[in-house]
Design a protein around this ligand. Sequence first.
Ligand code: AMP
Ligand code: MG
Length: 333
Amino acid sequence: MVVFPTETVFGIGASSLNHNACREIYKVKNRPQDNPLIVHFANSKEIETYAILSNQARNLLERFAPGPLTLILKKKNDSLFSTGLGTIAVRIPSHKVARRFIEESKTPVSAPSANPSGKPSFTRNEDVVSYFDGKVDCILLEKATDLENRIGIESTVIDMSSDIPKLLRPGSIELEEIQEVLGTKVELPQNPGVISPGLKYRHYSPEGRLHIFQSTQDILNRLNTLGDNLKVDPKDNIAVNSRKIAILAYSNTELNSVEELTKSFDASSHSCVFKIQYAESNMDYAKKLYSFFLDCDKESVAEIFCESPRQGRLYSAISNRLKKAISRDDSDH
Ligand code: AMP
Ligand code: MG
């Protein structure tokens, strides 16, 4: 079992031909048995050994691979680990370390995201080391320079195993881009969990309660209602014995006034504290989302306020992850 970085999030992988090793991954992650793993390949030629590539699937790979795109394809044989579906999920990552690892392995690599099931995915070296050290055979770290290209949320998943392509999970490759390559509409299934077992589970959730606000002004209004109970510790934004609040929002002028507001509270009247994480764009938001959630957990933040994402690239992907993170009930997916 090897933990490795990819351009989306870190993965935990084993040879897809070693079914026992693949089963071990489920134990380390506490992953539900029916949630299949994505098989990672070095190139599309290798995919054809194990799966049926239609012309349309080939077109998608030509355009988007290597990259953050996962295709569901019909299996050709049973040599790769699977959970008993007639299909496999395939992806060719673009991250340098991931590619080198898969190439040198000389086998496809089955890998889900490297994180305990249900929790936010890991996007930083420190997160994978603190959870996986001692639990796996090897952890491949990444250099700070790789971070610039990190997307921060999981791949777009498209079901290409039947005549009608379906979007199972939104990611940084947008529906419109896929449709343009295919020249046909991609279906948005009402209940993608029926096709993709992993999607019915709650995911990405921080411990604290998550609230989504349409704008920073709405966040400001909410904070105002907290009134005198709100105070930021001038030292490090965190105080003890208080109900902690954290905010993830786009950097703009309204937010500055949030900071002003918090500064203006009297030092003696605090019972709430908060920390603000700024995002400059949807790309920056996606990059920071999971590490922000994990930081909130580390600090036992009780209430998490997120500004809803803006229209444009990554809008659907971020909305989808926030929606899943806010859900307290597995059964509604
Ligand atoms: P992750 O755990 O983040 O790697 O997510 C893997 C995703 O791919 C889950 O949502 C799975 O349900 C989905 N997946 C993997 N294999 C298949 C498959 N054969 N058919 C449909 N979805 C799949
Ligand atoms: Mg996952």
